[in-house]
Design a binder for this molecule. Structure first.
Ligand SMILES: Nc1nc2c(ncn2[C@@H]2O[C@H](COP(=O)(O)OP(=O)(O)OP(=O)(O)O)[C@@H](O)[C@H]2O)c(=O)[nH]1
Length: 209
């Protein structure tokens, strides 16, 4: 069995239908679904990859963009070292809401979290409603990484995940994974606890049937 050097939790946020679930499906399994259902509650997937000779387990969390399907916010952000805030390049409103998502992140996440702005659906070039420069300006002002992606045709999907994981690695490289280590130790142990909590929550009504 491969020895895991680090476990990095990254969360996906953004309006409903911008493509968070499909970005994750493309990255984790190289799959895409055209009739993707709205996410209810929280899901996550993992993918193990090598960065700078280290084995990194990326644990990517995906939650509902729709308020009524969202699970407890603080639990979602707990232990997250990276966040991708996603808008739909063809839907101006989803970009206008980026400030709101950023605020939520700043209210709930660790202040050192690495944040990347993602303009998804760049395959819909003819329907573009957000000029690249607008997003670049916003990212620059807010100190975010920025990339345009397409989960449909795979453009930049692997690149954006590898970029954020590499940045996380640079920040956390001095903290090797061990039982005594605060950040990574907690994220590993916390994994099980958080998932169980969510399962419990789901049963209690964060999800509609
Ligand atoms: N053209 C195009 N369609 C996409 C792309 N990514 C996702 N979609 C489609 O957009 C719709 C919504 O995708 P989802 O991944 O379910 O969106 P989401 O952000 O997870 O939505 P919630 O779970 O409600 O928060 C689906 O019909 C997808 O097939 C893309 O890159 N290009």
């Amino acid at each position: 069995m491969t020895k895991i050097d680090y476990v990095f939790k990254v969360v996906l946020i953004g309006d409903s239908s911008v493509g968070k679930t499909q970005l994750l499906a493309r990255f984790a399994r190289n799959e895409f679904s055209a009739d993707s259902k709205a996410t209810i509650g929280v899901e996550f997937q993992t993918k193990t990859l090598i960065i700078d000779t280290k084995t990194i387990k990326a644990q990517i969390w995906d939650t509902a963009g729709q308020e009524r399907y969202r699970a407890v916010t603080s639990a979602y952000y707990r232990g997250a070292l990276g966040a991708m805030i996603v808008y739909d390049m063809a839907k101006r409103q989803s970009f206008e809401h980026m400030a709101k998502w950023l605020q939520e992140l700043r209210d709930h996440a660790d202040k050192n979290i690495v944040v990347m702005l993602i303009g998804n659906k760049c395959d819909l070039a003819g329907l573009r409603a957000v000029p690249t420069e607008d997003a670049e300006d916003f990212a620059h002002r807010e100190n975010l990484f920025f990339m345009e992606t397409s989960a449909l045709d795979s453009t930049n999907v692997e690149t954006c995940f590898i970029t954020i994981l590499t940045e996380i690695y640079k920040i956390n490289a001095k903290k090797p994974l061990s039982g005594a280590d605060d950040i990574n130790g907690t994220s590993l142990r916390g994994t099980t606890i958080i998932i169980n909590n969510h399962d419990d929550d789901a049963g209690k009504g964060c999800c509609l049937s």
